[in-house]
Design a protein around this ligand. Structure first.
Ligand code: ZN
Ligand code: ZN
Length: 418
């Protein structure tokens, strides 16, 4: 069911939540009648999770299984668990998720945790726990990065997240402001959100088609603290908006999404890059990131806050020091225009051009889903346990596309498409 169109300004909070749930199931996830759904959500987003469950069953879901997480319980582990706990993950649970995906289940995540949850915890324990989860989640994540299944991520406001974004507002007001920012940037504040999403999706496809025709061999970045050249993988393919997953279902993996993205060459990144926004990574904040690349590899990494977490992150494995994604986002995107820093990658990566350390998406290579790991590596695709996006775009960033013959063409000027 698509809730009937109501003038956006006249909608109640409940109606907006229904619109978001409907768009998440019918446009973002593209849930097929008879399909199972595995959803992850925080207990603080239960009202949205329940509405999504309702929309899923109305769309014909055969079974919805929701795995709930709780920030306070996560902290209790850091307070009271023995040291050996931090090398453990619930492998049985992640194996079960992979199993569900293999038999055709779709995957939906509601993002909305406290961006600062683990900021005051021992970085060594945080790093070990993250590594254990990354390893346990690997089989399930592979089905997602190979785009075998339809999946999507939507956001739900939580009091802790709202407090980080609007620290000077009373809690109720902060939560209301965050919800309205989510509705605005997720295109729910339109008379007909489903058709707004369809035309936005068509725009992103048009933009990637133009870039695919150009077949640039590299991108050259210039901006504050940025002097950087990034080679693109051989046979790379730009993607944006929705795609048809291996299981035949069309989905738009992130809501909101404003990016067109592809796979860079893991051995061809040179120069200095400075982040334009803070990075909230699994409950810890890393600010003022500046790194230097040589032949694809980070050889120097600094952060004004969270240096130790950053170092642990890039030491995860060899691929964690190399790039797996490059994405272009114009500075005029609704998220950038909101002027807000969300401290949440789902939003902040769609407010600015970005790059990601770690695992690449094989769907960003021509016929990539059919290539073996060796063939992927030969084309320059990176492999790692991590995939962490960080923002480098701003209103001062210029990017040139470098053609196969070495000619530079203006691609973005002052953060906008040239
Ligand atoms: Zn991205
Ligand atoms: Zn990414």
């Amino acid at each position: 069911m698509t809730p009937t169109a109501t003038a956006p300004a006249a909608r109640t909070q409940a109606e907006n939540l229904d619109q978001l749930a409907s768009v998440a199931i019918n446009v973002g996830l593209g849930l097929r009648s008879g399909q199972e759904l595995v959803m992850t959500a925080s207990v603080d987003t239960l009202p949205l999770a329940r509405r999504i469950t309702e929309q899923a069953y109305r769309a014909g879901a055969s079974l919805v299984t929701t795995l709930l997480t709780d920030d306070e319980s996560a902290l209790l582990r850091y307070r009271h668990a023995p040291d050996a706990s931090f090398d453990r993950a619930a492998n049985w649970l992640y194996n079960g998720m992979a199993e569900a995906f293999k038999i055709g289940a779709a995957r939906l995540a509601i993002a909305g945790g406290n961006p600062n949850l683990l900021s005051n915890e021992d970085p060594d324990k945080v790093g070990r726990a993250n590594r254990a989860v990354s390893q346990a989640y690997r089989p399930a994540l592979e089905l997602i990065t190979r785009h075998e299944i339809n999946w999507t991520i939507v956001a739900g406001a939580t009091p802790a997240w709202a407090a980080v974004m609007f620290p000077n507002d009373p809690p109720d007001e902060a939560l209301a402001r965050l919800w309205s920012a989510i509705f605005a940037t997720s295109r729910i504040n339109t008379p007909d959100p489903v058709s707004a999403w369809k035309s936005h999706d068509a725009d992103l496809h048009k933009r990637s088609a133009i870039l695919n025709e150009k077949r640039y061999s590299a991108l050259q970045y210039r901006g504050p603290g940025i002097d950087f050249r990034l080679g693109l993988a051989d046979d790379h393919e730009w993607l944006g908006g929705g795609t048809t997953a291996g299981n035949g279902n069309y989905c738009i993996p992130n809501m909101p999404t404003e990016e067109v993205f592809t796979t860079p060459h893991k051995d061809r990144a040179d120069g200095t890059v400075t982040a334009s926004k803070p990075l909230s990574h699994l409950g810890t904040m890393i600010e003022g990131i500046q790194v230097r690349f040589e032949r694809g590899r980070i050889v120097e990494a600094h952060a004004t806050r969270g240096q130790e977490v950053l170092e642990k992150l890039i030491d995860t494995d060899d691929g964690a020091r190399r790039l797996g994604e490059v994405a272009l986002v114009p500075h005029s995107s609704p998220i950038a225009q909101s002027g807000l820093v969300f401290f949440n990658t789902l939003f902040d990566e769609n407010a600015a051009s970005h790059i990601a350390l770690g695992q690449s998406y094989s769907s960003c290579l021509i016929n990539g889903d059919k290539l073996s790991p060796e063939e992927l590596a030969a084309r320059g695709a990176n492999s790692s346990l991590i995939h962490v996006d960080w923002m480098i775009g701003s209103a001062e960033l210029d990017i040139d596309g470098i053609t196969a013959t070495g000619t530079a063409e203006p691609l973005m000027r002052k953060g906008e498409w040239a």
